[in-house]
Design a protein around this ligand. Structure first.
Ligand code: HEM
Length: 459
């Protein structure tokens, strides 16, 4: 029988809860340094392993995936009321069927047809931006990706029902997103006024979503959006999703699909603002490939550097900074025993910055994705979209959106960010107080020589 892994003792009752909540990213980084690639810790009465080695992460997500289900933190009644049995939370045969039904909606060709919407919405969003404006880029990106997900899910524009759902969802996502992931284990048991407000808001959203489903069923039209795709989806035996199931999937896509993408964009702008050299290469690519016209999906293969920016930004600031699982049977990881019921976490935040796999791990170097150096990377040294059967279904959607939006906005504007931005790891990796930036219209750029050099000090 193999041994249990080493790890911090923590306090008698709380375990490591306090240290984890006080400085999540520091704590999970220190644990690897102090105890190695598999670390055992305890949150109250729950045992958790932190796993840092790509081979072990691969085992958890792929080769030994059958020994695990999603982590306990995802099964809070609070969260369940919102996303129900949607793709992120469901398990077993039920999940497998839903994934099979939803997959065609995420087919590359289908997703590519949303490219024009993404560019058009980005152009509309920046139409009123002016040289010298001060903006919160994180808020702008959130709003933009929200509009895009509403449009692609419901073929619906702002100011309609769908926008109301969007606004409400982003409101109610806030309170529970403000808690550390693992704190969920202890939370959400007591009926507080906040909880009542939350459940009322969810009920209101339900009404809107159910009405939209009923209207679409009645009209029978294919609007070309994700809702139509899900409505038409048929299993081999001819069965289709019930209204309740459609509602859960719509809500799930809505939540999973917009904030993560907004964060990938926000961190990209932040890193570009801090890296004049990368910013110059970015602009050179945009000018050369697009020459001032709007980007299209067919430009994606040429926008290579822009894609590298997105990849590198998600390496340093992975929007999903942790992935959790629960062992459903006794198993092994990294040579250590994993008792049934153990919660396991892999942290993109730590492994993406591991010096064993990445040279200059804390530096923003988009080129690293070009020069073959990353071809020898262990598969799970970089996993912003997870992996294995539960890999993100929206990864192509997200990459396409990030690259098209970077290109559309970067053609006209660049940002200057004063000071550092504090990171807040909640359910996703957010900038704590947004990203306050000063806008520069590129047409008003000073001479190319000045561009990027005296730039930071011009704030
Ligand atoms: C940069 C943006 C995104 C990031 C970083 C991201 C990250 C992830 C990760 C890490 C997982 C796996 C979670 C796990 O294994 O426990 C996941 C799952 C998922 N994502 Fe994304 N995601 C992004 C964008 C999107 C978009 C745009 C959509 C939909 C429009 C989406 C829908 C989903 C769904 C439905 C799942 C669950 C899949 C399943 O279990 O079958 N995501 N995402």
């Amino acid at each position: 029988m193999s041994a249990l892994p080493p790890g911090p003792k923590g306090s008698l009752i709380m375990g490591v809860m306090r240290e984890f909540n006080r400085d999540t990213l520091g704590f999970i980084t220190r644990c690897q340094r102090d105890y190695g690639d598999v670390v055992r810790s305890r949150f109250l009465y729950v045992t958790a392993y932190f796993i840092y080695n790509p081979a072990d992460i691969e085992s958890m997500l792929t080769t030994n995936a059958k020994s695990f289900r999603k982590a306990q933190s995802l099964r809070s009644p609070f969260f369940h009321r919102l996303v129900g049995n949607g793709l992120v939370t469901s398990e077993g045969d039920f999940w497998r069927r839903q994934r099979r039904l939803a997959q065609p909606a995420f087919h590359r060709q289908r997703i590519s047809s949303y490219g024009d919407i993404m560019v058009e919405y980005a152009q509309r969003a920046i139409a009123n931006w002016r040289d010298g404006d001060q903006r919160d880029v994180a808020r702008d990106m959130n709003r933009l990706t929200l509009e895009i997900v509403v449009k692609t899910l419901f073929n619906s524009d702002v100011s309609s029902d769908a926008d109301r759902v969007g606004a409400m969802l982003s409101q109610i996502a806030r309170p529970f997103a403000s808690q550390a992931t693992l704190k969920w284990i202890a939370d959400n048991r007591l009926p507080t006024p906040g909880h009542y407000r939350y459940f009322n808001a969810v009920r209101e959203i339900d009404n809107v979503v159910f009405r939209m489903i009923a209207e679409r069923r009645a009209s029978g039209t294919d609007e070309g959006d994700l809702l139509s795709m899900l409505l038409q989806a048929q299993d081999e035996d001819g069965s289709q999703m019930s209204d309740a199931q459609l509602r859960d999937e719509v809500m799930t896509l809505f939540l999973a699909g917009h904030e993560t993408t907004a964060l990938a964009l926000s961190w990209s702008w932040y890193l570009l603002a801090k890296s004049p050299e990368a910013e110059r290469s970015f602009h050179a690519e945009l000018d050369q490939v697009l020459g001032g016209r709007a980007p299209q999906v067919s430009d994606l293969p040429q926008l290579k550097f822009t894609e590298m920016i997105a990849k590198e930004a998600m390496r340093l600031y992975p929007p999903a900074y942790a992935i959790g699982r629960e062992a459903i049977e006794e198993t092994e990881i990294g040579g250590f025993r994993v008792p049934k019921g153990t919660q396991l976490f892999a942290f993109q935040w730590v492994t993406h910055r591991d010096g064993r796999f990445f040279e200059k791990p804390d530096e923003f170097v988009p080129e690293r994705w070009a020069n073959g150096a990353t071809q020898t990377l262990p598969k799970y040294a970089y996993f912003p979209f997870g992996g294995g059967p539960r890999q993100c279904i929206g990864n192509y959607f997200a990459m396409m959106e990030v690259v098209l939006l970077l290109a559309t906005i970067g053609q006209r504007f660049k940002f200057a960010v004063a000071g550092e931005v504090e990171v807040l790891p909640v359910l996703s990796l957010r900038p704590k107080n947004g990203i306050k930036a000063k806008l520069f219209e590129r047409a008003h750029d000073p001479s190319p020589l000045l561009n990027g050099q005296g730039f930071g000090s011009s704030l």
